[in-house]
Design a protein. Structure first.
Length: 358
């Protein structure tokens, strides 16, 4: 798969040569992950079209779709009517969780699902001293209909080269984000990043304030200090506060995913699906992806290039016959270059937004 993706980046990727994503290039940790996710989403569009899919959505391994509002709790039925989702963030009640999908039932609602008065009125109690209302991102994930000219707009949104996307927010359905649900998540994130645990250096490695704080704690504190910090900032141990926020609608209980995941595990469906996927894995590109190689017009600069390397305004490529030709589709590329930068993971609005609106 690594060979396949590298081949795609160097020979097929269009977004690598466009400026809207370029500000995230050649940066470590979360920025590098953000670029990889965007490139994978670009490739997934091709694969989804090749497989005859109607919709595409990007989810991380700590996220589930909660298709509330759809008939029979069906994502298929839900997508027949509307194209987008906002998210909820898990609110764990223990520090010894091993299987979040099977053990977590309490979630904090997205601000888009709350009355403004409730959100800002309970903001301080809901954040519990953390930098933001959500620990991590609050700008949701969206599903997109597979269609011509579709491209990712970062890991959270989609865009179309030829038209402005029509985005609709759901009232009930959501992406459930099981963030920092295991104590080991602190050290695992730390081990994936080689940045210095200083307030300045973490800014070039992580986009969100809580991730920065968590990385510093995981890099400098003892095991006992980390566990204390984890309980204070992530685990919801105050049952009185939990009940208050549940009554106000800021926290909510969602049991369906837990029950479904438990049933799938006990029935062996998960293990069977993994085995099936491994036997079906193909190291080669699909015919559609191979055809794209001859259509694509830009040679992608190496991702391992120096951080100071600038992207060329025009790109020459060497054809099989040895003749150099300039990149085609420049008109469309110019349109995309003029568009806004990729949408990164964003924190929900804070109290400063309330003051700005008054």
């Amino acid at each position: 798969m690594k060979v396949q993706i590298t081949f795609f980046i160097k020979n097929l990727s269009r977004i690598w040569n466009e400026t809207w994503l370029a500000s995230f290039f050649y940066k470590p940790c979360n920025y590098e992950l953000f670029v990889k996710q965007s490139l994978n989403m670009e490739m997934a569009i091709v694969m989804a079209r090749d497989a005859g899919m109607d919709w595409i959505i990007h989810l991380d391994t700590d996220e589930l779709i909660h298709p509330a509002g759809g008939r029979e709790y069906s994502l298929r039925q839900l997508l027949l009517d509307v194209p987008s989702n906002v998210d909820m963030e898990s609110s764990i009640e223990r520090d010894d969780i091993k299987d979040p999908f099977s053990e977590v039932s309490m979630f904090k609602k997205n601000y888009d699902h709350l009355p403004k008065e409730t959100y800002f009125g309970m903001y301080k109690e809901a954040t519990r001293g953390n930098p933001n209302y959500f620990l991590t991102y609050g700008n949701g994930k969206s599903a997109a209909r597979i269609q011509d000219h579709l491209r990712p707009n970062g890991a959270h949104r989609w865009h179309n080269y030829m038209k402005t996307p029509n985005e609709i927010k759901l009232e009930e359905a959501a992406v459930l984000h099981y963030t920092y649900t295991k104590f080991s998540d602190l050290t695992s994130r730390r081990d994936r990043c080689g940045c210095k645990p200083t307030k300045e250096d973490v800014k070039r490695c992580f986009m969100l304030e809580f991730d920065r704080a968590a990385f510093i704690i995981a890099s400098t504190a003892t095991e006992e200090e980390m566990l204390r910090w984890y309980r204070e900032h992530i685990v919801w141990t105050d049952t009185a506060l939990n009940m208050k926020l549940l009554r106000k609608g800021i926290l909510t209980r969602i049991y369906a995913p837990m029950a479904i995941v438990k049933g799938l595990r006990e029935s062996g469906v998960f293990s069977s699906a993994i085995v099936f996927a491994q036997t079906r894995a193909k190291p080669k590109l699909s015919p559609t992806e191979q055809n794209l190689q001859s259509i694509n017009s830009s040679l992608i600069p190496s991702a391992r290039a120096s951080r100071s390397q600038s992207l060329p305004s025009k790109t020459n490529i060497e054809t099989k016959s040895g003749i150099k030709s300039q990149a085609v589709s420049r008109k469309v590329l110019e349109i995309s270059d003029a568009s806004q930068a990729a949408i990164p993971p964003l924190s929900p609005p804070g109290l400063e937004h309330l003051h700005m609106g008054t």
